[in-house]
Design a protein around this ligand. Sequence first.
Ligand code: HEM
Length: 175
Amino acid sequence: MDDRSSTIVPAAGVASIASPINLVLLSLFLVLVYMRLRPAKPIAATLLTAPPPTVFRVFTPPQLLPYDGNKGMPVYLAVRGNVFDVSPGRNFYGPGGPYEIFAGRDASRGLACGSFDREMLTENVEGPLDKLEDLGGDEMEALRGWEERFNEKYLVVGKLVPVGHAEVEADEVKA
Ligand code: HEM
């Protein structure tokens, strides 16, 4: 048996690994890795365009009132205890918009009943939250539909609790 093969094979192997086609593939691979890892934008530009941080807080109905889009304020509304920042939908909820009545308010009843009458809003903002207990299945279904849409479209920035709720004090102590 010829034992030269054991010395020739490794040399041939090295030659084939370093072949021109492999060198081209290796350079392509390195270019791809570089393109994947390099930052898309300069870091300063990324910082400038990043959205402002969202602070989750507890609101009582009176504390929510100023968030109606007037005086440069963002537009918030509450749906079943969740406070949504609907500022991107300012055309709907901001001053002069078709649904401005909901700005800064608990919009649950109006959305459930498909009505923007004044009586849809909780009259006494210092009192208990609207528990919606008198609403029927269709109305609650409609409300869930709106909630789903809001959850997809807007950020939850806090929760709504009645005046005097224990969490209000806890939140104020934190702040
Ligand atoms: C006269 C009847 C109504 C018309 C013609 C109307 C029209 C519209 C239109 C065109 C949109 C925009 C849809 C989109 O681009 O996504 C919209 C959205 C909306 N409508 Fe109405 N609407 C009517 C009644 C109501 C009523 C009775 C309510 C409930 C109180 C209501 C609540 C809303 C809400 C919450 C949105 C979603 C806005 C958002 O995406 O943030 N609409 N409506």
